[in-house]
Write a protein that binds this ligand. Structure first.
Ligand code: ATP
Ligand code: MG
Length: 437
């Protein structure tokens, strides 16, 4: 049998490395390799690889990567057909590691390491050659939500990655949260699990409810929860496009369709999807038709969710809401007591909150939207500051309580509820007649 010899990697060895990689990491493996083939090949081409050759065939390789004073082995393998002879195998492994070390040492590396999946014997060859096993380590990794090649596309449509914890920031509204979690988040985040139960992940949903109840907040929270980019489409901004809003919508959706994942949000959708009909046809009719077409096409692809929001769900075109376009039509109503408490707590200064009777405020703000509560809280703060200034009593060094429950109650009396009784009644009629969960 011919001896195995070790030499530096040449460009012609790429095919051999690919075959070796396939032998080391069968496609059927349960977990994907830590370093994919593309990365191994890139490291080879950066001249940090050595190969073991027998009869002109590549039978082993050690591939390293150097960064910031440390070297990492991204691939190390000797074929079983060499290792059947323990002496040959050991010699090949030792030779490869030795040669790689010589290649990397001039780069000023202090350390060389390799991550090895538990339960494999790959580590024996390394330990036999001076590597030490480190215990008590855990390997963690995270897949970044947007890959580099997607960044430009995302920028073109004004999309962005939202902060990661928006979902937890939505206070109260447990019923709505549970429903969105079950219907949207889980099937989209875990399509295999959904498939197991025969659940088809949703493609498009409509949120409806009075102004300021948290529709936009929920749409963003869902994107944040899924770790998908959030793309808001503003139909009114498309009117300047050549061909008008309809053509603008088409182009925007074409660009969005190139993204791997996205939560696409259209707020106040009634502006472009109100009931059609009338002679002569209203100018938005062409836009509504285009939107219907785009929603239908949007539904063809996985990994995306369209969220539309409206304050006037009853004004929407019937064709728009029918089955097959929107999977769910979900009401978002006024905040419950827990949500109101959380919203109050967010706007009352920290050093003041202990002296405020939150329960009284929560009760007194029943029927108000989050935005109304925010207004009342800010108004109370403004008034308190103004009156302190008038009395020349401002001393910010002692962080005492500067606002009382009464200050907030007074501000509440001056706050007009956004949602009138009539709107609230209409909303509950819509929940009965239009909602689809
Ligand atoms: N459950 C909640 N917890 C905390 N803050 C909330 C909650 N819901 C809404 N808010 C806050 O209330 C304000 C209004 O919410 P948002 O803009 O989501 O309402 P909207 O339903 O989209 O309103 P519009 O119909 O006017 O578009 C925002 O400042 C938001 O942060
Ligand atoms: Mg909104």
């Amino acid at each position: 049998m011919t001896r195995t010899r070790i030499r530096d990697f040449h460009d012609d060895d790429l095919d051999g490395i690919i075959r070796l990689f396939e032998a080391a990491v069968p496609e059927s493996a349960d977990t994907p390799p830590l370093y994919p083939l593309s990365e191994v090949l890139a490291a080879c081409q950066r001249n940090q690889a050595v190969v073991a050759v027998r009869d002109e065939e590549i039978v082993g390789a050690a591939v390293g990567r150097a960064a910031h004073g440390q070297g990492v082995l991204v691939f190390f393998h000797v074929l079983d057909e060499v290792r059947v002879d323990p002496e040959q195998g050991t010699r090949a492994e030792a030779g490869l590691l030795d040669a790689l070390e010589r290649r990397l040492m001039p780069l000023g590396l202090g350390k060389l390491s390799m991550l090895i999946p538990a339960g494999t014997s790959a580590c024996d060859g390394l330990v036999a050659n001076g590597f030490e096993t480190r215990s008590g380590l855990k390997y963690v990794e995270r897949h970044l939500p947007v890959q580099r090649r997607e960044l430009d596309r995302l920028k073109a449509v004004g999309g962005r990655i939202l902060p990661r914890h928006l979902w937890d920031g939505v206070s109260g509204m447990q019923e709505e949260k549970d429903m969105l979690e079950d219907r949207l988040v889980v099937p989209l985040a875990e399509p295999d699990l959904a498939d197991h139960f025969g659940v088809v992940p949703p493609r498009a949903v409509m949120l409806f409810g009075p102004p300021g109840t948290g529709k936009t907040t929920f749409a963003k929270a869902v994107a944040s929860r899924l770790d998908w980019p959030f793309v808001e489409v503003f139909p009114s901004r498309l009117s300047g496009e050549p061909g008008g809003v309809a053509a603008g919508l088409r182009t925007t959706f074409e660009q969005i369709n190139e993204l791997e994942h996205a939560v696409v949000f259209i707020d106040e959708v009634e502006e472009i999807a109100s009931k059609r009909g009338g002679e002569p046809p209203s100018p938005t009719q062409g836009v509504t038709n285009e939107l219907l077409k785009q929603v239908a096409e949007f539904r063809d692809r996985e990994g995306r969710l369209l969220v539309c929001a409206t304050n006037f769900v009853r004004a929407l075109d019937a064709a728009f809401l029918r089955h097959g376009r929107f999977d769910y039509v979900i009401p978002i109503g006024l905040p419950d007591a827990t949500a109101r408490e959380a919203i109050w707590s967010r706007y009352i200064p920290e050093h003041t909150i202990a002296g405020v009777d939150l329960e009284v405020l929560v009760h007194a703000s029943d029927g108000l939207t989050p935005a109304d509560i925010e207004y009342a809280a800010r108004r109370a703060s403004q008034e308190a500051l103004a009156s302190s200034l008038r009395q020349q009593q401002v001393d910010i060094s002692s962080r005492t309580e500067v606002l009382s429950t009464d200050d907030y109650l007074e501000a509440l009396r001056a706050t007009r509820a956004t949602v009138s009784e009539e709107t609230a009644r209409e909303f509950s009629e819509d929940v009965d007649s239009i909602a689809r969960l």
